[in-house]
Design a protein around this ligand. Structure first.
Ligand code: PLP
Length: 408
């Protein structure tokens, strides 16, 4: 008789977004005349920019012609895109990354979930709390996280690094030594960023203890301040301790198209049984076995993001979202809320008023302002008493939502 994977059975249900949807639908059904504004979404709303659309059309036409038709893409990505990523996202910023250290994929979610496969089953992971849930859940599926405590929302074999207003939403070095450290800056959900000096501390620590940092840079395009690193490879020594995840979703709106890149330097290696092993080779092996490459037309669309027109148009898209973020952040502060993020990030993170729980504030906002956000407790225990609003809606809706919140 077959038996399912016990590690999957340990996973608690993912109730956050389904509970939100249920509550919003029930409220709308009972109040059909109310206009609900959704500032809870993490998905983009602006269409793809003209440079990307042109590249897609052109690549589709190539697929119709026998002389330019492309079948399976190379496992690790087309050279034209690997070069464009390495050149524009890394070498142009002074980071020493070679084209062949770029692995093209269908997005940062799958890579952030799959990367743990190339590490030992007994590796201990450290995560920020609150956190993008994929890092922990994928390690639970791999049998690394121990047991889940329903009451506290904590896994017995995970090192949690609380990120709250008290520490500026920047994790402190853990007391217990981890093998894998997941960092995401600018952060989802807190919207916080770390300076280059702060990130350097982590790189030095990882090199000292022999840990690997998995650095999620999905929100890099939203950085507006000068001293915030766009890549962990801006830090000295990161080539021997870091893997970086990149996404085309939040900068260029590829959430539906799907494209990402993972960067593994050749210097990231460890000696096993007297033999040097490069993590780059293991990920290449994994890609070759389990992945058949991102579609040609999507990789051409990705390449177009780095054309002059593409760069300008993407900057304009990001600026539109950031205009919302600034408006939401300042509006909340003006209304007396303690609000964070929103400067280098499309996320604004606020402390719930009057010691309300995250869910109490969710209900309060839904019922009295008809505005939907995301309860911070859904991202981890340290997210309790916080709440996330996103800048991915329209400017008009952001303004109206803030007017309603101010009137509460
Ligand atoms: N990483 C973080 C921190 C995210 O918040 C998200 C999406 O919300 C992703 C990765 C997923 O990116 P992609 O669309 O490239 O899979």
């Amino acid at each position: 008789m077959y038996r399912p994977n016990d590690d999957y059975l340990k996973l608690p249900g993912s109730y956050l977004f389904s509970t939100i949807a249920k509550k919003v639908n029930a409220y709308q059904a009972a109040n059909p005349d109310k206009k609900i504004i959704r500032l809870g979404i993490g998905d983009v709303t602006q269409p793809l920019c003209p440079a990307v659309i042109d590249a897609l059309h052109k690549a589709v036409d190539e697929q119709a012609d026998p002389s330019t038709f492309r079948g399976y893409a190379p496992d690790l990505g087309y050279e034209f895109l690997r070069k464009a990523v390495a050149e524009n996202d890394f070498r142009a910023r002074g980071c020493n990354i070679a084209d062949d250290e770029i692995f093209i994929s269908d997005g940062a979610k799958s890579d952030s979930a799959n990367i743990q496969e190339i590490f030992d089953k007994n590796s201990k992971i450290a995560v920020c709390d609150p956190v993008y849930p994929v890092y922990v859940d994928s390690n639970v599926m791999a049998g690394r996280c121990g047991d889940y405590d329903q009451a506290t929302g904590i896994w017995s074999n995970v090192i949690y690094m609380p990120c709250t207003a008290e520490n500026g939403f920047a994790p402190e070095l853990p007391k217990e030594t981890p093998d894998l450290i997941y960092l995401c800056f600018p952060n989802n959900p807190t919207g916080a960023a770390v300076t280059k000096d702060q990130l350097q501390v982590w790189v030095d620590y990882a090199n000292k203890v022999g840990a690997v940092i998995i650095f999620d840079a999905a929100y890099e395009a939203y950085i507006s301040e000068d001293n915030i690193p766009h890549s962990i490879f801006e830090c000295e020594g990161a080539r021997t301790c870091a893997i970086e995840l990149r996404s085309f979703s939040k900068n260029a709106g590829f959430t539906g198209l799907r494209l990402g890149a993972t960067i593994i330097p050749h210097d990231l290696k460890v000696t096993v049984d007297g033999k040097e092993v490069e993590l780059h080779s293991l990920w290449a092996r994994r890609h070759g076995t389990k992945y058949n490459g991102a579609p040609y037309i999507v990789q051409r669309a990705g390449e177009a993001c780095y054309s002059d027109a593409g760069k300008t148009q993407i900057k304009e898209m990001v600026a539109k979202y950031m205009k919302n973020a600034t408006f939401i952040l300042n509006g909340l502060k003006g209304a007396g809320y303690e609000a964070f993020g929103g400067v280098n990030s499309p996320y604004v993170w606020l402390r719930t008023p009057g010691d309300m729980t995250s869910w109490e504030f969710f209900d309060h906002l839904l019922e009295n302002a008809n505005v939907v956000g995301t309860p911070g407790s859904g991202f981890g225990p340290s997210g309790e008493h916080y709440f996330r609003l996103t800048a991915f809606g329209s400017y008009e809706n952001s303004v109206e939502a803030l007017e309603r919140i101010k009137a509460l």
